[in-house]
Design a protein around this ligand. Structure first.
Ligand code: MSP
Length: 647
């Protein structure tokens, strides 16, 4: 199977921001996922460099247009490698093969009679040097220049788009999967209920020279979409390249909803006019917002991908963006949310699982994959869950549901962490008679880690590579070959590297990474919620945000056993159910007798990093209230099962 995957080609009138990075990370992650699945992929991104917006931006920057586009295009190209994004082609609409392809197609469509010359009367804003539509006006005025546009007649070339309207409706209706998620297909079909107008595809050179000349009339240049959309054909060598048909038949475009209409309406009708099949799929995502407002260059409220990558590393940024946004819907960007995910999902959940598991393999079984005995029900449960997760992961990734794919993986990571607590390998290690059981538990953990690693290659390539190296996996990963249980060969050396995700000091990190304040142009961007002001520090006047609070996992735990800790007057060793069994060492011996505690339901901090107290590993903390020399345990006011979350 082959796949041709594209991002939009981005305008070079401003440097890249996180919105651009999201589409490109999605394309990269899907490319890696498909390759992991043994498929052949061609992934293309690039820059859109013609048009009056770009001429204007160059004039504002006081440099030549050529210099300007070279410079910003390079910024886009240089942003991707540090994010581990590896396109097969970075296309520019100023590339000579693209110019030739656009001219060839224009000539063909013109020759067959689908491009015609006509007079056009429209509302022209002199300030913008553009025609505006009625919809773009605010109270009859150009929103940027606050002046009424004037009716101007101009001769131009038009593409006979209306001719293909019924064909397009029929095509979308009979290929419902061609625009996803469904809401965007419905939006397009709703739009197609109104008669489609023909598309103006030129600008006279008296107004714009920075464009591709029409091959049949050099008094005009091509205008925007007839130039930009064709990049998707140029990139794979239309029409003669040997692999052109193979890739075109498997073309999938990734865009945000802002450019739905050109992609879902102009593009398929253009392709139809050229005698080509429409693209296979269009995947449409929502906006990254800052506060209530779309992140956009014109509002100046942007976050720069390179700055974020320097601060947090590519994998954290990729994970955060893919995990936080539900594909198709809008999502809010905040540094606090990014740091919270880094600390909870990556450092606590994944990082701890890896370091605990590998440390135990090193300390208890000589740093080699142990030979397992038969699986006990607890082991089988984890193995089954890991395999079921792989199935769900594949299905979700195929459906662009990255968030749900990652939720499934993290569910297993959580299970594996609880499995460690439940099986207590450190106890097994004390008893030579239980060596086989210990080997089975550690093998089960390593296998789970191996399957988790497999799923992380598309999302966090560097982390997956480190985890593979730690597990002694050297072959190029392959979802079909490796997606089974029990493939780690006993005897393989396991290496314990550095911590994968050191925890970040949330306050310092948020301040260091806050977007640089820039003057905002619009009132909307000045509103507090949308301003690019530094993210609020984590504790402002002693206050924390809800996100910070959520990092602490409080749970109800039932005490099922308690005993004094030898040679420690103040400590009791508790065994609690929360809902799995765990050991907690609590400094409450002066206030409670062990037998008083059995059956009590208390509140514990469940995600506290385990620590050794008098040689006993304490996995959590019991909450208690203290006043003077009195201490009472926190309890719950009613019957509720152990493990219930406290929030
Ligand atoms: N040049 C055209 C596209 C031509 S494609 C043949 C263009 N360029 S753009 O620079 O404005 O990029 C728009 C695209 O950038 C969106 O469709 C999306 O992929 C990405 N995003 C820009 N801002 C975004 C957000 N705030 N949120 C999510 N994605 C965003 O349109």
């Amino acid at each position: 199977m082959s796949l041709y995957l594209t991002t939009p080609i981005f305008y070079v009138n401003a440097p890249p921001h996180i919105g651009h990075a999201y589409s490109t990370i999605v394309a990269d992650a899907v490319s890696r996922f498909k390759r992991l699945n043994g498929e052949k992929v061609f992934f293309q991104t690039g820059t859109d460099e013609h048009g009056d917006k770009i001429v204007q931006a160059a004039a504002d920057a006081d440099v030549s247009v050529r210099e300007y586009v070279d410079n910003i295009s390079r910024m886009f190209r240089d942003t991707w490698p540090p994010l581990a994004i590896e396109p097969d082609r970075f296309i520019r609409t100023t590339d000579s093969d693209h110019i030739a392809t656009v001219q060839r197609i224009l000539q063909q469509v013109y020759d067959q009679g689908d491009i015609y010359f006509a007079e056009y009367t429209g509302l022209y804003c002199k300030g913008c040097e553009q025609f505006l539509t009625e919809k773009e006006l605010v109270n009859g005025l150009c929103p940027d220049h606050q002046k009424p546009p004037v009716a101007v007649s101009e001769q131009n070339y038009f593409f006979r788009m209306s001719k293909y309207q019924q064909w397009l409706i029929d095509h979308i209706t009979s290929h419902p999967e061609c625009i996803t998620p469904e809401r965007y297909r419905n939006e397009v079909l709703a739009f197609l209920r109104e008669p489609l107008e023909d598309l103006c595809i030129s600008r006279p050179t008296s107004r714009l020279t920075w464009g591709i000349p029409l091959p049949f009339d050099d008094r005009f240049v091509t205008y925007v979409w007839f130039d930009a959309l064709i990049n998707y054909l140029t990139g794979i060598g239309y029409p003669d390249a040997p692999h052109f048909s193979e890739y075109w038949g498997a073309a999938e475009h990734i865009i945000a909803k802002d450019i739905l209409k050109p992609h879902a309406i102009y593009w398929p009708t253009m392709l139809r006019a050229m005698g080509l099949a429409p693209f296979h799929r269009l995947h449409v995502h929502g906006y990254w917002n800052m506060g209530e407002t779309k992140m956009s260059k014109s509002l100046g409220n942007v976050v720069r991908p390179l700055e974020l990558t320097e601060q947090f590393g590519a994998d954290t940024v990729r994970y955060f963006l893919l995990r936080e946004m539900s594909f198709g819907l809008d999502a809010g960007f905040s540094l606090e949310a990014l740091i919270a995910r880094r600390n909870s999902d990556l450092a606590n959940d994944l990082g701890n699982l890896v370091s605990r598991s590998l440390t135990m393999v090193k300390n208890f079984v000589g740093g080699k994959v142990p030979a397992p005995g038969p699986l006990a029900p607890l082991d089988q449960e984890l193995a089954d869950a890991a395999l079921a997760m792989l199935g769900e992961y594949r299905q979700r990734m195929t459906g662009f549901a990255f968030r749900q794919a990652l939720e499934a993986v993290w569910e297993v990571i959580g299970r594996a962490n609880r499995y460690i607590v439940a099986t207590a390998p450190w106890e097994l290690a004390k008893d030579p008679a239980r060596a086989t059981r210990l080997a089975t538990v550690l093998h089960t953990l390593l296998e789970t880690l191996r399957l988790v690693t497999l799923t992380l290659h598309p999302i966090m390539p560097a982390t997956a590579a480190k985890m593979s190296a730690a597990l002694g996996l050297t072959a190029v990963p392959d979802l079909n070959r490796d997606g089974r249980w029990g493939l780690l060969a006993p005897g393989t050396a396991i290496t314990l590297g550095e911590a994968l995700f050191p925890r970040l000091d949330a306050k310092g990190a948020a301040q260091a990474a806050a977007p640089k304040g820039q003057p905002n142009k619009t009132p909307a961007a000045k509103a507090p919620a949308a301003a690019p002001a530094p993210a609020p520090p984590i504790a402002e006047e002693g206050l924390i945000t809800f996100d910070h609070f959520q990092q602490t996992e409080l749970r109800v735990a039932e005490i099922i056993a308690a005993q004094k800790v030898p040679k420690a007057d103040r400590l009791l060793q508790l065994t609690v159910k929360a809902p799995e069994e765990r050991t907690i060492v609590a400094g409450i011996a002066e206030f409670y007798q062990p037998e008083q505690l059995i059956g009590k339901k208390v509140i514990i901090v469940a995600n506290l990093k385990p620590a050794k107290l008098k040689g006993i590993l304490s996995q959590g903390m019991v909450l208690a209230a203290k006043a003077g020399d009195r201490l009472v345990l926190s309890t719950v006011d009613g019957d509720i099962p152990p493990g219930s979350k406290v929030a």
